[in-house]
Design a binder for this molecule. Structure first.
Ligand code: AKG
Length: 286
């Protein structure tokens, strides 16, 4: 990816709270990812899990796929995409983890959900810092009529719900982008899904949602991903999904800390050091 494009994207993220970068993946790869989302939705339905979430969407025309990461390696590749991570880190800082990963396919007739910011889902107000970021993969061409995500320019500067203006719904504008692009949104940017008013176009987005490593993600990946699948994951993915024992601590602070059970020095030395402490205690209590 052209370094100038990325630098421009970072600058826009800082000023506007969003950016669009085209051609991150090919249209063919986007179509393949969409086919895989449909396959996951089908498999989840076979297990009895519906892709309609009435708490979020007014009609079943929005197909929600909640398990891309657990279900298909292609989505585990996308969550580790270098450009996506570079832009996510430009917003949140170097220590990002995965807060959630879901697919939304708006079919003709799909209606807008409630206005929200993604940071508000995982952090109570005030929303001072950009501690989360959504990298939205366009798996189809996305435009106003097929239900493009609608956002409110400048809303990443709102600090509390009291800042939401009465006429917020009138301020919404669409993110329009071709298949294969990413839309990157500061977690504080207020947005909603659009209405799909086309007769025959599906609009598909994959949301790779990242947050700062000191926050709790929306999904406990250790519990959500079967252990035998986790065991094959590379170190970077394990780190992004918080699969190892240490949590909420910076990697460089771990150096010198040894193992999470203590400093690994071998049984003899460990027992000798323990005895020293236990003997002192015995004297204190005598
Ligand atoms: O599907 C969309 O356009 C937006 C979805 C969204 O913001 C959400 O699911 O939280």
């Amino acid at each position: 990816m052209d370094a100038m494009i990325i630098e421009d994207a970072k600058a826009r993220l800082h000023t506007e709270g969003w950016c669009i970068v085209p051609d991150i993946i090919s249209k063919g790869a986007a179509a393949d990812a969409l086919a895989r989302l449909w396959a996951i939705a089908r498999a989840n339905a076979e297990e009895g899990y519906s892709c309609f979430l009435p708490g979020l969407d007014p009609t079943a025309d929005m197909v929600r796929v909640l398990t891309p990461l657990q279900s298909d390696g292609v989505f585990r590749e996308l969550i580790q995409n270098e450009t996506a991570l570079e832009l996510a880190c430009a917003v949140v800082g170097q220590e990002v983890i995965v807060a959630n990963c879901t697919g939304n396919i708006a079919m003709p007739g799909a209606k807008s959900m409630a206005l929200h910011s993604d940071l508000a889902f995982i952090l109570p107000e005030p929303w001072i810092f950009s501690w989360s970021v959504n990298v939205v993969w366009c798996l189809t061409d996305v435009h106003r009529d097929n239900g493009a995500t609608l956002y409110i320019p400048g809303s990443h500067n709102w600090r509390t719900s009291a800042d939401i203006p009465q006429n917020a719904q009138d301020l919404l504008v669409p993110f329009e982008a071709p298949a294969g692009s990413i839309v990157v949104m500061d977690g504080r940017l207020w947005h909603t899904s659009g209405n799909n008013v086309t007769a025959n176009e599906e609009r598909a987005l994959l949301f790779s949602y990242y947050c700062a490593s000191f926050m709790r993600p929306m999904i406990n990946w250790s519990a959500a991903i079967p252990p035998d699948l986790q065991s094959g994951f590379p170190p970077r993915l394990r780190q992004l999904l918080c699969l190892d024992v240490f949590a909420n601590t910076f990697e460089n602070e771990l150096e010198g800390q040894g193992h999470w059970k203590g400093q690994p020095v071998g049984r003899e030395k460990a027992v000798a050091q323990f005895r020293q402490a236990a003997d002192r205690r015995a004297k204190l209590l005598a």
